[in-house]
Design a protein around this ligand. Structure first.
Ligand code: FES
Ligand code: FE2
Length: 371
């Protein structure tokens, strides 16, 4: 018997040791404020080079950065600019409106076929997100309505971190309540419910955190949080501090850059604080209209500090599939099933991506099947 015949043929495997880098979904491009201030932005987003600008009516266009004429990059670092609300290519001056259509060239009528590839966009309180679908797949679900934000809410503040990571791994934190205690030092962490409906996942939990505020005094916060996850690029967390009835919001927006790195933008907004009470004695001396703005500034710093604790882990971790879970891990298996739908190209290699209905989500602990 020769050596070759004793070898077993490797079985086809369905393991995914490395997650596909660009799951379908809505991903942050930038803020309206930033796009309007800089006139034209360029970035690497979902492995693509894109540009974004706004016309004079405030319509924002997110488009492929390469000109359909002879292929110049049209970002500002190459010389692209916005004139009268239109993007002008630095190479021969083809001009594009916010639908992506070429509307003028310097010396000839605009060719009708000259059209930019544009991405479908949504805006939520000044956060501009665009749809990315594998192979040009059209949007498979929509983002939720913009949450109400009148004058009683502070303006939305943002901060961005960039590291080696993946949006499935960052979003997994929403259901990984165990890490809240271990990585972040929260106590009394209690999951209060999880629900999956199509591309939507809700994860609720309570916890107690002790914050050292302004480096001066410890504040014990008794918190209820509800994370609304709409795909892997958009998570919206409602936070209620029960001691003084303070409401705040946090967005966690994870955007793949180049297949290796993600940009994680945190955005926060705090509701007017009527009775700061024991929570922040100093706040009582401030006018009501200033309290929540000050809190928003403190919050965004604090949140960034907490997320930096996660980044240390994310930056060096490896995706484990299947993970060897313990009983305390809760719904990580269900979460990973939920994630399947965002990788339509994997349908033939693994269990077909499914829409996971409420009934399934309520069943006993789901086990991840060799994903
Ligand atoms: S390459 Fe853009 S105008 Fe020619
Ligand atoms: Fe975390």
């Amino acid at each position: 018997m020769d050596a070759m015949s004793t070898q077993t043929t490797p079985r086809p495997t369905t393991r995914i040791d490395r997650l596909p880098p660009f799951p379908d979904g809505w991903y942050l491009v930038g803020t309206r404020e930033d796009i309007e201030r800089r006139k034209l932005i360029e970035k690497t987003w979902m492995g693509e080079e894109i540009v974004a600008w706004s016309d004079t009516e405030g319509r924002i266009c997110v488009a492929d950065a390469f000109c359909p004429h002879l292929g110049s990059h049209m970002g500002p670092t190459v010389g692209g600019r916005v004139r009268d609300g239109c993007l002008v290519c630095p190479f021969h001056g083809f001009t594009f409106d916010t639908t992506g259509q070429c509307v003028a060239t310097p010396n000839a009528p605009a060719p009708r076929a000259a059209k930019l590839k544009v991405y479908e966009t949504r805006e939520i309180l000044g956060l501009i997100l665009a749809w990315w679908g594998a192979g040009g797949r059209q949007p498979q679900w929509d983002l939720p309505e913009e949450p109400h934000a009148g004058p009683k809410w502070s303006r939305v503040l943002t901060t961005t971190l960039r590291f080696r990571g993946h949006p499935q791994e960052t979003t997994e934190n929403s259901v990984d309540v165990e890490h809240l205690e271990y990585t972040h030092g929260y106590s009394n962490v209690r999951p209060t419910g999880m629900l999956i409906d199509g591309a939507y996942l809700r994860s609720a939990f309570d916890f107690t955190s002790v914050r050292r505020t302004l480096g001066l005094f410890d504040v014990v916060a008794d918190v209820s949080a509800v994370a609304h996850v709409h795909g892997l690029g958009y998570s919206f967390v409602e936070i209620h501090e029960k001691g003084i009835g303070m409401h705040s919001r946090m967005w966690v927006l994870s955007t793949p850059v180049d297949g290796t790195h993600v940009e994680l933008t945190l955005a926060t907004q705090v509701h007017e604080i009527r009775r700061p009470g024991q929570f922040f004695k100093g706040l009582g001396f401030l006018p009501v209209s200033l309290r929540h703005r000050l809190m928003a500034r403190l919050f965004i710093k604090e949140e960034r500090r907490y997320v930096e604790q996660d980044v240390v882990i994310w930056d060096r971790k490896r995706y484990r599939s299947p993970p060897r879970l313990c009983r305390a891990d809760g719904p990580i298996g269900k979460y990973r099933l939920y994630c399947r739908q965002f990788y339509p190209d994997l349908q033939l290699r693994v269990t077909p991506a499914r829409r996971i209905g409420l009934a399934e989500a309520k069943e006993g602990p789901a086990r991840e099947s060799q994903a």
